[in-house]
Design a binder for this molecule. Structure first.
Ligand code: OGA
Ligand code: NI
Length: 390
């Protein structure tokens, strides 16, 4: 047995990681099941060895929480004015400018007065909590890793068997469009509110794609015409309180593999975005939704808009709930080809990426796991500089 002191790097002949992963998966009860069973020591499959882990928590050398500048950076909060953007051209121009600036720099911003009522946001969080707090036997019916054939996929760690270490999180994926479906396929605990929130967030997505199109200097419906808002899915996360948060992550650092994400988080916090070489807290803001650019929008905007790395810290407090809406058609067999938008290309702005399909991109992204590297790298044209992503 080799023990590398202080790193939890214990290589033991008796440790069968795959067996432990399978046993955990077979419970179909997720991380919540471990917490309910009274686990106080982290099972080894959740212990992170990734170097970024050393930067996570207070007390460790180079800790981000020692780095005072971390709290000085704040993401912009953009007031969408509850529909005024359609009536007031001057206001709209200002908003487009703010959206463009945020999308080009941090790739993240928050929006308020976005048109989704507070009651709907409160109720979707409550509905998701009801689902997770239901009897395990009920939830088990939805436990699967089949995202292609299943409308709803509840599991823990989509990349459980391929990532370097598991995250302290359970998730439920609901594909909400564009294919028609039977609402009865959704869990009863949150069925009605999922449908309601889905409609509302889709409407907001359309507004944002218009603002983003204008931010790129294109006509408002350009991104819509390309089908960026055609499909959307809701990924509903549950981050149980963690007994040893310094050893693991809620969500490992990653960039989203879609066009655009709209995230609703509860009051707990823990989400951070990588910006100007620091991890910046995305602080819970009452009534706000978080918007971030995904890889596919970075690709078609030819790096003008940034798909930023972000992560969620594991915490002693919890559970934390969040609901991400991903705009993408995921595994649908669409033939639409996506590459850098032609109008954006100039002699001194040649295409950085090759053309691809959403299906090809998603398949690559999902197989790659959240390993801290960008899936976009794989789609770069040979001639482009490897410095382009950041
Ligand atoms: C995601 C994500 C953040 C959160 O689902 O891709 O980054 O706060 N979620 O749960
Ligand atoms: Ni994400």
């Amino acid at each position: 047995m080799v023990v590398v002191s202080g790193t939890h790097e214990e290589v033991s002949a008796t440790y069968d990681r795959n067996k432990e992963l399978r046993e955990f998966d077979d419970t179909k009860a997720g991380v919540k099941g471990l917490v309910d069973a009274g686990v106080v020591k982290l099972p080894r499959i959740f212990v992170h060895h990734h170097p970024s882990n050393a930067l996570l928590h207070e007390g460790s050398p180079g800790s981000i929480r020692h780095n005072q500048t971390q709290t000085q950076l704040r993401l912009p909060i953009i007031d969408l004015g509850d529909g005024i953007i359609d009536k007031d051209a001057t206001f709209r121009k200002e908003i487009v400018e703010k959206v463009r600036h945020a999308s080009e720099t941090s790739g993240f911003f928050q929006v308020v007065n976005h048109g989704i009522p507070q009651t709907v946001m409160d109720e979707i969080l409550e509905g998701i909590r009801r689902f997770y707090e239901e009897d395990t036997e009920v939830k088990k019916q939805f436990y699967t890793r089949d995202y292609v054939n299943k409308r709803v996929a509840y599991n823990s760690n989509f990349d459980l068997y391929s990532s370097p270490a598991a995250n302290w999180r359970d998730s439920m994926y609901c594909s909400m469009g564009p294919q028609p479906f039977n609402p009865q396929d959704l869990p009863e605990a949150c069925r009605d509110i999922l449908m309601e929130y889905s409609d509302q967030v889709k409407r907001l997505g359309i507004i944002l794609f218009e603002l983003l199109s204008e931010g790129l200097g294109l006509k408002p419906n350009r991104l819509r015409e390309m089908g960026c808002e055609e499909g959307h899915a809701l990924l509903c996360h549950y981050y149980p309180a963690c007994p040893e948060p310094e050893l693991t992550m809620g969500t490992s650092e990653h960039a989203d593999g879609d066009f655009l994400s709209i995230l609703l988080q509860d009051h707990i916090g823990g989400l951070q975005v990588h910006h100007q070489n620091q991890w910046v807290d995305v602080s819970p803001t009452p009534g706000a939704l978080i918007v971030n650019i995904g890889d596919l929008l970075q690709l078609i905007s030819n790096n003008k808009f940034k798909s930023a790395e972000h992560r969620v810290l594991a915490q002693k407090v919890g559970p934390r709930l969040s609901i991400a809406c991903f705009f993408t058609t995921t595994f649908l067999p669409s033939t639409t080809i996506y590459g850098p938008i032609k109008e954006l290309l100039l002699e001194d702005n040649p295409p950085v990426y090759r053309e691809t399909t959403v299906l090809e991109y998603t398949t690559y992204y999902m197989a790659k796991a959240l390993d801290g590297t960008s899936a976009l790298e794989n789609f770069k044209l040979q001639t482009s500089s490897s410095e382009e992503k950041k």
